[in-house]
Ligand binder design. Structure first.
Ligand SMILES: CC(C)(COP(=O)(O)OP(=O)(O)OC[C@H]1O[C@@H](n2cnc3c(N)ncnc32)[C@H](O)[C@@H]1OP(=O)(O)O)[C@@H](O)C(=O)NCCC(=O)NCCS
Length: 331
C-alpha cells in the first residue's frame, strides 16, 4: 500500500476537527505496544493541559490525501525554565509504519523546535516488562542517546501491605482529599521546585524548574478540569512548622479503577525518618476510604532510585512495563 503525506499541519486540540483523530493515533500506537493496559492521554486530559501557561505546546499531524492522520506529534516547550528543552511525543499509526513517515515528521518537529530556540530534544519509549523496546532503533537512528530507564510499577490495592506506617516523631502527617490545600501552597511550591532537582535524573540534562504559588494553582485547576481528583499527604516538621515531604495520588473520576501515583518527595535534610513511607501510607488509607472502586495504583520510578523503589516494593508494587527517556542535542 502506498501512502503519501500531503501535509504536516499544526493544530489546536481545543478546536480542530483533526484533534480527535490526532489523539487516536497516539492511542492506536500505544495499544499496539502495550495492549489494553496502556496510559495514552484522553482528549479531556489533553485539553485540560492546554490551560497551563507554563508550556508552549505545538501539535503536528501528518495527513494523507484522503484526510487521514497518519502520524501525530506533540512538542512541549517549558516557558518558565529549561529554555533549551523540548519534550517530544511522536507516533506513527501502526498501519503505516516503515514508510518513512516517522522520519518526515521528525524532520518537521526538529525544525519547529529549532525555530523556537530549543537545542535539546527529549522523547520517551515504552514497552511491556518482558518485551524489547520497539522505538529504540528509530530513536538511535535519529541521533538520540538513552538517558534514563524507568520502571512502571503497579500496586494491586487488594494486596496492599503496610497499612500502618511506623511513627515519625517530630513530624505530623496531614492529608487533603481535595488536592493541595491553600495553606500548603507556599511550602509546596518549594517542594515542587526541589522535586525537579532532588530526584535521580540519569543522564537527562534538566535544569531546576521554576515553581510558585500561581503555577501550582494552575496545575490544580488543570487536574480538576481533566476530570481527576487528587489526594495529597504532606509531612510537617514540628520544630519549624514547614512542610518537608509530600505525595500525591490522582484518581480519574470517570474511570477510578486505575489511579496514578504522582510525585513524592522528602527533602534531603529530612530523609531517613520514614517520611516517604508515612505520607504514602496516609494517602493509601485515604484512597481506600474515598475511592473503594480503585483496584490498581500506577507509578513510574527511575531504575536508579533505590530508596523510592524500596518503599514501593514494601508497599506491594510490582514492575509491569519499562519506559525509557532519550535525549538528543540539536546541532
Ligand atoms: C518509532 C516510530 C515513530 C517510527 O515510525 P516509522 O514511520 O515506522 O519510521 P520510519 O519509516 O521513518 O523509519 C526510519 C528508520 O528507523 C528504523 N526503524 C523504525 N522502526 C523500526 C523498527 N520497528 N525496527 C527496526 N528499525 C526501525 C529503521 O532504520 C527505519 O528505516 P528502514 O525502514 O528503511 O529500515 C513508530 O514505530 C512509532 O510510532 N512507534 C511508537 C512510538 C514511539 O516509540 N515513538 C518514539 C519516537 S523516538
Amino acid at each position: 500500500m502506498s501512502v503519501r503525506i500531503v501535509r504536516v499541519t499544526t493544530l489546536d486540540p481545543a478546536q480542530a476537527d483533526l484533534a480527535v483523530e490526532w489523539n487516536d493515533v497516539f492511542v492506536a500506537s500505544t495499544v499496539a505496544t502495550m495492549g489494553d493496559d496502556h496510559d495514552a492521554w484522553s482528549m479531556a486530559s489533553l485539553r485540560a493541559r492546554e490551560a497551563s501557561s507554563a508550556w508552549d505546546r505545538r501539535y503536528l499531524a501528518a495527513v494523507d490525501d484522503a484526510g487521514r492522520v497518519l502520524s501525530s506529534a506533540n512538542l512541549a516547550m517549558p516557558l518558565r525554565d529549561n529554555p533549551e528543552l523540548a519534550l517530544l511525543d511522536l507516533a506513527v499509526h501502526p498501519d503505516h509504519r516503515r514508510l518513512g513517515i516517522g522520519t518526515t515528521m521528525f524532520d518537521h518537529v526538529t525544525e519547529v523546535a529549532r525555530g523556537a530556540g530549543r537545542t535539546s530534544l527529549v522523547t520517551e519509549t515504552a514497552y511491556p516488562k518482558d518485551g524489547t523496546d520497539p522505538g529504540e532503533a528509530f530513536a538511535r537512528i535519529h541521533g538520540f542517546d538513552m538517558a534514563q530507564t524507568n520502571h512502571r510499577n503497579d500496586l494491586d490495592v487488594t494486596g496492599y501491605r503496610h497499612e500502618q506506617a511506623s511513627d515519625t516523631p517530630g513530624y505530623v502527617i496531614e492529608t487533603s482529599t481535595d488536592d493541595t490545600k491553600d495553606e500548603w501552597l507556599e511550602d509546596r511550591a518549594h517542594l515542587q521546585r526541589r522535586m525537579s532537582t532532588d530526584v535521580p535524573l540519569g543522564d537527562l540534562d534538566f535544569e531546576e524548574e521554576d515553581w510558585d504559588v500561581e503555577r501550582l494553582k494552575g496545575e490544580r485547576e488543570a487536574t480538576a478540569k481533566s476530570g481527576r481528583r487528587a489526594v495529597e499527604s504532606v509531612a510537617r516538621h514540628l520544630d519549624t512548622g514547614r512542610l518537608v515531604a509530600f505525595t500525591q495520588l490522582q484518581i480519574p473520576t470517570a474511570e477510578p479503577v486505575l489511579a496514578y501515583q504522582q510525585d513524592t518527595l522528602v527533602l534531603r535534610e529530612h530523609r531517613g525518618h520514614g517520611l516517604g513511607a508515612a505520607v504514602k501510607a496516609a494517602n493509601m488509607r485515604t484512597l481506600r476510604a474515598e475511592s473503594p472502586q480503585t483496584r490498581i495504583v500506577r507509578t513510574w520510578n527511575a531504575q536508579e532510585n533505590g530508596p523510592m523503589i524500596a518503599v514501593n516494593e514494601a508497599l506491594g508494587y510490582r514492575t509491569t512495563a519499562i519506559l525509557r527517556e532519550w535525549q538528543k542535542r540539536l546541532g
